[in-house]
Design a protein around this ligand. Structure first.
Ligand code: RAM
Length: 542
């Protein structure tokens, strides 16, 4: 990952020096203002713990741990030195700010009092020793905080925004001859989502309702001042996640201003050559993660703009941002060879398709490029500016032909990818999304890929989203429903309140970062059952 990012930084600096001029100079101030003006207000809700729980080590539980309720949270008048350590369950996932109040019970404090707070989304994350640190990302993402009070009888707020369901409070040190209580605690939960305005059919089965509810919770928690990828880790808007969130938003909160806000964030702060960064933060002030450039994410931004236009009919925005969309495909076309093959090595870049280790991205990226050309052409058609992209239809044809020639194994009825002819689900799904196969061939490709033990499976709900979509495109409706119920329903059965960033039904400890407690367990790209269930009621709600 680090190496990839360094390569991306190198590429970024090359492009900066090549493009002497800022291609969007005339637009940036206006775009920034629009991004600013569409920043949503966060709704605040005060919540309190609903139970005291005990951790139970249980090999049958997800990641080996579960919580058992042991009582009500009635510790507020008890001397905390006698409690010492307590775990509170807030009943569901929340994102926001934690405050607690201390009260002197007897005598007075003679030295500071120190606590350790550990906030977590999952029982396994809460109960796995974190040190010595083995994770591939910063240790500081973990939500353990040491707080030292030099005074009692006041409210204290932990400054950092938290994302959790469970909280363990441990007393690390206090003075003798004095007693105090934590006599109140509260959590200010924040989200910009509002209410779900798209109900399910009254006769929708319970297993689908459960999946829809968890999807909606996931999206709600990720809807902050931008569509964040995960409120626990990253705290920013990634273009790939944004696309899927915008689809799920259509069938739930229908907060299209937030989509507009995010589209403008990316546009306003794009690189000087007009290429989009992969992710954006909007606090404390708006900024991209400079150096993080991800080619498929640039392209998928075009699809988000197209879907936004279809949802809202906001032609002004689409016209305003059209040149950004065009820049993304034009830039990506510099990777396409004369013979129509997408060459991932044309320039150093990060091609993210799924977090599954070892996934070969040649074929999926080729499919993603064809799809991007189709979507950008569709956008141009809606905007009446196809003259600017008149070569795209011929290019799509050429790349489709090349896709079949270079990647389709007709004998086996699957796409293969890379020097080892790898068969992966992602190769099939992106080629099907790009329309490279007819329905019958698409059905065969998916069935063949899924039937083989050696097929590289997606390791995330992000990749799995595209598999469900490919199944629907291929007319495999029963299979799509069964897979969705098995995969997302599997998380629900394992105790999910919100859907997880990484999930493999056969490996509860899978992590893209080498250490599962780092995983985000409320992750934007996992919320798309809402989209499928809402868009295809005849498949999913019957
Ligand atoms: C991780 C996050 C995010 C994703 C990127 C590629 O940092 O999971 O959601 O979009 O990877």
């Amino acid at each position: 990952m680090k190496r990839i990012l360094l390569a991306a930084v190198a590429l970024a600096s090359v492009s900066f020096s090549l493009s002497a001029q800022d291609v969007f100079e005339a637009d940036r101030a206006r775009w920034k203002e629009t991004a600013q003006n569409t920043t949503p207000t966060l709704h605040e809700t005060i919540v309190r713990p609903v139970a005291v729980v005990d951790a139970v080590s249980d090999p049958a539980a997800f990641q080996g741990w579960r919580y058992e309720k042991v009582g009500a949270p009635d510790f507020y008048d008890k001397p905390f030195s006698r409690i010492n350590t307590i775990t509170l369950d807030f009943g569901k996932h929340y994102t926001g700010y934690f405050s607690f109040h201390t009260k002197t019970l007897t005598n007075c404090m003679d030295a500071p009092t120190r606590f350790k707070f550990m906030f977590g989304e999952m029982p396994g994350e809460m109960n796995t020793p974190l040190d010595p640190w083995k994770g591939g990302l910063s240790r500081a993402w973990m939500q353990d905080e040491t707080v030292t009070l030099t005074e009692m009888d006041q409210w204290t707020t932990i400054p950092r925004r938290l994302s959790f369901r469970y909280l363990t409070i441990e007393l690390l040190g206090t003075s003798s001859g004095f007693e105090f209580a934590i006599d109140d605690s509260c959590f200010k939960a924040v989200s910009s989502a509002g209410e779900n305005v798209v109900p399910l059919n009254p006769d929708c089965p319970q297993e689908i309702r459960d999946i829809a509810r968890v999807s909606e919770e996931t999206l709600r928690e990720c809807m902050q001042t931008s569509f964040e990828d995960g409120p626990k880790r990253d705290h920013r808007c990634w273009s790939g996640d944004l696309y899927l969130q915008s689809l799920a938003n259509r069938y739930s909160f229908r907060n299209f201003d937030l989509v507009k806000h995010c589209l403008y964030l990316f546009a306003a702060y794009s690189r000087e050559d007009g290429v989009l960064w992969s992710n954006m933060f909007d606090f404390p002030t708006v900024h991209p993660q400079y150096g993080s450039y991800c080619l498929p994410y640039c392209l998928i931004w075009n699809s988000t703009l197209l879907e936004y236009l279809k949802d809202t009919g906001d032609y002004d925005t689409a016209r305003d941002l059209w040149k950004v969309a065009r820049t993304q495909t034009e830039h990506a076309l510099t990777y396409v060879r004369e013979d129509g093959l997408f060459d991932i090595n044309a320039h150093p870049t990060w091609i993210f398709i799924d977090w599954r280790a070892g996934l070969d991205v040649n074929a999926p990226m080729h499919g993603a490029m064809i799809f991007a050309l189709q979507q950008t052409y569709e956008l141009a058609t809606m905007l009446g500016c196809t003259d600017e992209v008149k070569e795209y239809p011929a290019l799509i044809k050429k790349m489709t032909k090349t896709a079949r020639k270079a990647y389709y194994d007709k004998e086996r009825g699957v796409f293969t990818s890379g020097p080892d002819s790898q068969v992966s689900v992602m190769s099939q799904t992106w080629m099907i999304k790009a329309g490279v196969l007819n329905q019958k061939e698409a059905q065969k490709a998916i069935s063949n890929a899924l039937a083989s033990e050696s097929t590289v499976m997606p390791g995330t709900p992000y990749g799995t989203h595209y598999l469900i979509e490919a199944m629907i495109n291929a007319g495999m409706y029963d299979e799509a429903r069964a897979y969705l119920v098995e995969y997302w329903g599997g998380m629900v059965r394992k105790g999910a309140d919100t859907f997880w960033e990484a999930y493999d039904p056969d490996d509860d400890f899978l992590s893209p970062y080498g250490f599962f407690p780092l995983n985000s367990s409320c992750h934007a790209w996992s919320c798309t059952p809402t989209y499928f269930i809402g868009k295809y009621p005849e498949i999913f709600q019957k």
